[in-house]
Structure formats: C-alpha cells, structure tokens
Design a protein around this ligand. Structure first.
Ligand SMILES: [Ca+2]
Ligand SMILES: [Ca+2]
Ligand SMILES: [Ca+2]
Length: 207
C-alpha cells in the first residue's frame, strides 16, 4: 500500500481527538492550581496585614476602628471596616505607612466619596477598599464592636450583592476569635461571606 501524505484523515482525526481529551483532562487541574494559588495569595495578604496591624497597634496603642465614623469621618456605611483598615495602615503619621497596598487590589468598589477624608492619604477623597484575589473586600472588625456588628456590617461584593458580616466565635472556646484584637477575613473561593467559617480565610486561623 502506497501512502502519499504522512497522515490519513482518520489518523488526523484520532490525533485531534486525543488532544481534545488531554486538554479536557488538564482543565480541572489548572483550575485547582489557580484556586490554590489564590488561596495562598489571600492567606499571605492576611498574614502581612496582621503584621502591619500589630505595628500600627504598637505605635497608636489601638487597632484601626471598625468604621471611620469613630474618628468623625462621614461614611456611606458600606465597606466601612475595610476602608478604615486601608486608611489607617496608609497613614503617614508615626512610622506609617504600615502596609504597601497593591494597586491592582485597591479599588473604590462602592464608589463613595468622603468629603472630610484624610487627603494626605487619598488625594482624591475616595475611600478605597482592598480586595481579596476573588475581587471581594476583606472584612474587618475591631474587637470593641464584636457585639454590635451593625456599626460596620454592610459590605458590597463583586456579585453586586449587599452582604451582612458578623464576627464569629470559636466553637471550642465559645469566645470571639481575636478577642482582644480584631477579626479580618476573606470570603474565600466561593465568594460568599460565611463570617469566617467554611472556606473563608480568617486572621485567627493558624496558617
Ligand atoms: Ca464605603
Ligand atoms: Ca469605598
Ligand atoms: Ca466563603
């Protein structure tokens, strides 16, 4: 039997079929790798924010408030904890700034303007929030507000959903996580706030 070309149509189809199957097999693997890279990214952001928060606390004798309303700044009551975290850690006072926020994740998701905002930090007067790798704002509470979460419970998520956040307690000890400090968490890969449970990534979880 004489063959003119290297491959017959059937052979080509078989090869293409194999490629399609291989790509199909690889996609879930790529997805898992991407998901775990994002988890690592969120965990490390929370860890380095925790370091920054403890330096801030050493200098100022307190952690950032759950809302800038505590320091007489008018807010729209959405993403308050996160905006306070960003504003406080970006301060030029004492040994600040305490954290180098990555531009890519620093956005004004709720599009608020803060008339009397510290303009030395955010010259545009916009109250920025810091996003996790899934595009949702990290949630932050100062310990004095654990029992009155409504002061800063509203968050605006990537799904354009208004989310209610509430600090959580340890199942074993029955006490709030970060009892004398703060709670900071990411809603995790599912993009749903679980108040620090399920797939959420919290500052109090031993990483
Ligand atoms: Ca806001
Ligand atoms: Ca904002
Ligand atoms: Ca979640």
């Amino acid at each position: 039997m004489r063959r003119d070309s290297g491959f017959t149509l059937i052979e080509l189809l078989v090869v293409m079929g194999i490629i399609v199957v291989l790509v199909g097999l690889m996609i879930p693997g790529i997805r898992i790798a991407r998901r775990s890279a994002k988890k690592t990214q969120a965990t490390s952001a929370i860890l380095s924010l925790a370091t920054a928060l403890s330096s801030y606390n050493s200098d100022f004798g307190d952690y950032p408030p759950s809302t800038l309303r505590d320091v007489d700044i008018t807010t729209n009551r959405v993403n308050d904890g996160n905006e306070s975290l960003v504003a406080c850690l970006s301060t030029g006072r004492m040994n600040g700034p305490y954290y180098e926020f990555e531009d890519e994740f620093l956005v004004n998701r709720d599009n608020d303007k803060v008339p009397n905002f510290n303009r030395s930090v955010f010259k545009t007067g916009k109250a920025f929030e810091y996003l996790d790798p899934w595009g949702n704002p990290y949630i932050y509470f100062h310990n004095r507000d654990y029992d009155r979460p409504d002061v800063a419970s509203r968050y605006w998520f990537a799904t354009k959903k208004n989310v209610r956040a509430k600090p959580s307690k340890s199942k074993k000890k029955g006490a709030y996580h970060g009892l004398t400090s703060y709670q900071l968490w990411s809603a995790g890969p599912d993009g749903e706030n679980d108040n620090g449970k399920d797939d959420d990534i919290g500052s109090w979880q031993g990483h």
